[in-house]
Design a protein around this ligand. Structure first.
Ligand SMILES: Nc1ncnc2c1ncn2[C@@H]1O[C@H](COP(=O)(O)OP(=O)(O)OP(=O)(O)O)[C@@H](O)[C@H]1O
Length: 267
């Protein structure tokens, strides 16, 4: 819950981290002054903003409990948006149901319980396109093109996969509907440092395939190293934004957030 009194609030209005040329690109997701929460009368997000231009890889970082996952859930219709707006290519999408958002081209990869463990990889992937079975053949080819390792293992039961492999299946399942926006909730969570590197590489591969990607991450340094721009959430509000490089070198951000976040990365 936020009282919006953070002394760090400052930099969102002018989108200072916007990369050169981005202003001429289409805004895909625009979160404007969103207030949202789970319980009546308790707001987790207050006046929160986030913008993703076409093809960008956006990071959301911040302390535990800052509201990072809640922001992702608000975009995906899983938390009630009470004020403000969320648009997808200019169309209001706040409070639409998740299945409606999937049809409009938004996908979500949850942090946990993101595969069906008793089903094979192929069955998991097919479930991802159950709303449009006619897409399955082409979409399978699309995800195997991004993650060739899946191709040989289609008949393996997902429950027998490692954490990193499950994450790859979960990402692939979300890609089966060929979303133009993919929301990822902590793709590196629970993985060893080496597997975390693999996870971040997969995120980059997805983004390079043309999918606008918004990723919540605990591993802030690693996230900032690969994303185009990022938002630092503090007490449910976007306290800072900038390019990954700007934020990695911003003394205020280092002092307040990076000093305690993602230190494993510097090892
Ligand atoms: N389903 C829920 N019902 C009520 N409150 C919730 C629910 N989920 C999260 N919250 C609360 O919302 C606040 C923000 O949680 P959120 O998970 O968005 O934070 P976060 O920044 O992603 O944290 P972390 O990095 O620890 O995962 C917390 O105070 C949390 O207790």
């Amino acid at each position: 819950m936020s009282d919006s009194t953070s002394a760090t609030s400052s930099t969102t209005a002018a989108e200072p981290g916007t990369p050169p040329g981005a202003e001429s690109r289409e805004i895909v997701v625009d979160v404007k002054k969103v207030t949202a929460g789970y319980l009546p009368g308790i707001n987790i997000l207050t006046d929160t903003n986030l913008r993703a231009y076409d093809g960008e890889l956006i990071g959301i970082i911040g302390p535990n409990g800052a509201g990072k996952s809640t922001l992702l859930k608000a975009i995906f219709g899983l938390v009630q948006v009470r004020e403000g707006s969320i648009t997808l290519r200019g169309e209001e999408i706040a409070n639409l149901k998740a299945n409606e958002l999937v049809e409009k081209g938004v996908g979500l990869v949850p942090q946990t319980e993101n595969v069906f463990p008793t089903l094979t990889i192929r069955e998991n992937l097919e479930m991802g396109a159950f709303q449009k079975p006619s897409m399955i053949k082409d979409s399978l080819a699309f995800v195997v093109d991004i993650f060739p390792a899946l191709g040989d293992r289609m008949n393996q039961v997902a429950g027998s996969l490692s954490g990193g492999e499950r994450q790859m299946v979960a990402m692939s399942r979300a890609l089966m509907m060929r979303p133009e926006v993919l929301l990822l909730d902590e793709p590196s969570a629970g993985l060893s440092p080496v597997r975390q590197d693999d996870a971040f590489m997969r995120v980059s591969q997805i983004n390079q395939a043309g999918v606008t990607t918004i990723m919540v991450e605990q591993n802030a340094r690693r996230c900032l190293q690969i994303c185009d721009r990022a938002y630092v959430l503090d007490q449910g509000h976007d306290a800072h934004t900038g390019t990954g490089r700007e934020l990695l070198n911003d003394e205020k951000v280092i002092g307040l957030y990076l000093g305690t976040l993602g230190q494993e990365e510097s090892a």
